[in-house]
Every structure is written in C-alpha cells, then in structure tokens.
Design a protein around this ligand. Structure first.
Ligand code: NAP
Length: 321
C-alpha cells in the first residue's frame, strides 16, 4: 500500500509517498482501508519537529481518517469488515491507504456523512466537545464567542452550541469565512482582522461580554478576551502559536476562568463519552463537517502548506483515490 512517510523533521517537503507493507491486525486491532485523511494544524507542528512530543522516525503522519473496515483481529466485537467508520487516532498514522487501529479508535460513520467529512470528525469535534462541555460547562441561554470560527474546530463548536440553545458570535478573517460561519448557524459573525471588532462584540452583548470564549489563537487574543469576557466567564485556550502578555487583574475582577486544553491529554473514558456525542450528532445530522479543500494523498505537502495559510474554510482533506 501507499503511505506518506517522514524520515526527518523539517518543512512540508520531508513528507514523501512510499510503498509499504500491507497491515495485519493483531488481537483487539482493526485495519481500516482509508478513503480520506484529515489534515490538522498539529500534524504540521509534529512534522516540523517543534511539538513537545515527537514520534519515532520514520513515521506516517495524521490522526484523522474515514474509510471501510478491511479486517479485524481476534476479540474485536464492535466492528466487522465492510463497516463505514471514522478513525480517531491510529497506531500507524492516517496519511496512508490503510491504518492500523485499536478497536476503541474506530467509530461508526453515519450513512449520510461522506468519507471526506468523516476525515474531519475526530480532532475538530472532540476538541470542541471537550472545550464546551467538559471545560467551559456550557449552558443553554449563554453567549459563546468562537474566536476563529471558520476552521475545523470553530465550525464544530458552532454546530454543537447552536443545537444546545446557546447564542453564538463567531469570528473569521475573510468574507468567505464569515459567510461559512453564518451558514453553519452563528448568530453574528465579525472579522478578527478589522479594527473595532471587539467593540462590535461588546455591543452585541449589551456591554456584558460573552460567557464563554473558545480561543484559537491565544497568543494574539488572550488579553483582549479577558477585556471583553462577561463576569464569571470562561475562556478555553485551544490554539497557541507564541507568547502573550496578560493582566491577571482582569481574571480577578471578573472571577474569570482560563482553561487550557490538549485533546491528546483526554482519558480513555473522556474520549469514549465524546465519541458517543459525536456518533449521535452525525447520525441525527446536527454535526456535519465542512470540507473546503481536497488534495490527493501524494500532495500531502501542499495540504500542510494550505492548512497554515490565513483564510480557513472548514477542513482540508487528503483523498486516497
Ligand atoms: P484551522 O482549521 O486552520 O482554523 C484556524 C482558525 O483560526 C480559523 O478560523 C482562522 O480564521 C482562525 N484565526 C486566524 N487568525 C485569527 C485571529 N487573529 N484571531 C482568532 N482566530 C484566528 O484550525 P483548527 O483545526 O480549527 O484549529 C484551530 C487552532 O486550535 C489551531 O491552532 C490548532 O493547532 C489548535 N487545536 C488545538 C487542539 C488542542 O487539543 N488544544 C485541538 C485542535 C486544534 P481565518 O483563517 O478566517 O482568519
């Protein structure tokens, strides 16, 4: 089978397509024939060698994928060959024609959801779920600011919040991104590249501020978030690409909470709870990943360059055929 392999950390061009052996499941394992693999920003941090936990070289990148179960090992009871599934992490990497997974990493993909959409489920939706329910403890009637609503996590957050009676203000940096966030259900969308957008958010909340902020670029926005947050508001720091200076007095005066989160630090039990919500949301149609761009598997390098460019529009996905 074909797989993208990384033999040294570096720029996107260190990813090369290679022929590798087909995979065979051991007991408790599943081999998925990958139809589409999702690109996440974290894949680029890992590939470049700057991420705190590094895989052993050589490795195949990717945590997200969707496809069909090809074979199952002894003792696997939940899945059988032919099942449509999405993959939530794997033992072998997902930028490949096959992925070797534990049974708990493989989940049913509802019939109405394409493989490309399925490749955009795990990291974005489990992150949004964990941020909104497990950390911010979102409640119906509250106002949520999705600071970075045009990308994978932002769209997932809009869909979860709107299906739960929460008012959503989204931000994006392009007209196309703003339109996408509005189509996905955001009640108001503002442009985080325009001067004065924070005043717009204040005005939209009658000066009170959002109860919850999901923050995709905390190194740019954390101080501003503290300034506009409501009393007893909660910020979840999801994305960070550098340092920021903040005034802790704002945390005190608002009795605010700043929660950091890393999806990969979730426990097995937390993941299992999140997947129950994801599978149900895909089945009911409340959750629908948006795929903005697709690339052939061989063009993983271009996909990595694209995911870091401004102007997000849903997910970027690799197709295996
Ligand atoms: P993505 O699809 O590339 O989307 C990036 C989002 O950030 C877009 O909405 C983009 O908007 C927005 N953005 C750009 N400049 C911004 C600014 N100045 N203020 C606010 N938002 C801004 O990425 P993603 O998958 O949604 O992930 C978002 C971030 O969370 C990434 O940094 C990723 O690494 C991180 N993440 C962390 C975890 C975790 O476990 N902590 C899990 C998943 C993702 P425009 O392009 O429209 O400007």
């Amino acid at each position: 089978m074909k797989a993208i392999r990384v033999r040294e950390f570096g720029d996107a061009n260190v990813m090369k397509m290679e022929d590798v052996s087909d995979l065979t499941p051991s007991a408790g394992q599943v081999v998925v024939q990958v139809k589409a693999a999702g690109i996440n920003p974290v894949d680029t941090y890992i590939r470049s060698g700057v991420y705190p936990s590094k895989p052993e070289l050589p490795y195949t990148p990717g945590m997200d994928a969707a496809g069909i179960v090809a074979s199952v090992g002894e003792g696997v009871s939940r899945l059988k060959p032919g099942d449509r599934v999405y993959v939530a992490g794997s033992l072998s990497g997902t930028y490949a024609e096959q992925a070797l997974c534990t049974e708990s990493q493989v989940h049913p993909l509802a019939d109405g959801v394409s493989f490309e959409q399925g490749a955009g489920v795990y990291v974005p939706y489990a992150t949004a779920y964990r941020a909104l329910w497990m950390l911010a403890r979102m409640r119906p009637g509250e106002t949520l600011l999705v600071h970075g609503a045009s990308g994978g996590v932002g769209i997932a957050a809009i869909q979860f919040a709107k299906s739960s009676g929460v008012r959503v203000i989204g931000t994006a940096g392009t007209e196309k991104g703003k339109q996408l966030a509005a189509e996905q259900g955001a009640d108001h969308v503002v442009d985080h590249n325009q001067d004065g957008y924070l005043d717009e958010i204040r005005a939209l909340t009658d000066g009170k501020g959002p109860n919850i902020i999901l923050e995709m670029l905390s190194n740019v926005n954390l101080q501003n978030d503290l300034e506009i947050l409501a009393q007893r508001g909660r910020i979840v720091v999801i994305g960070c690409r550098g340092d920021v200076q903040i005034n802790p007095r704002l945390i005190m005066g608002k009795e605010a909470q700043i929660n950091g989160m890393v999806l990969m630090l979730s426990t097995e039990q937390e993941l299992s709870v999140a997947h129950c919500a994801l599978v149900a949301g895909l089945e009911s149609g409340v959750l629908r990943p948006v795929v903005g761009q697709t690339f052939p598997l061989a063009d993983a390098a271009q996909a990595h360059e694209a995911v870091l460019k401004p102007g997000a529009y849903g997910k970027i996905v690799l197709q295996t055929d």
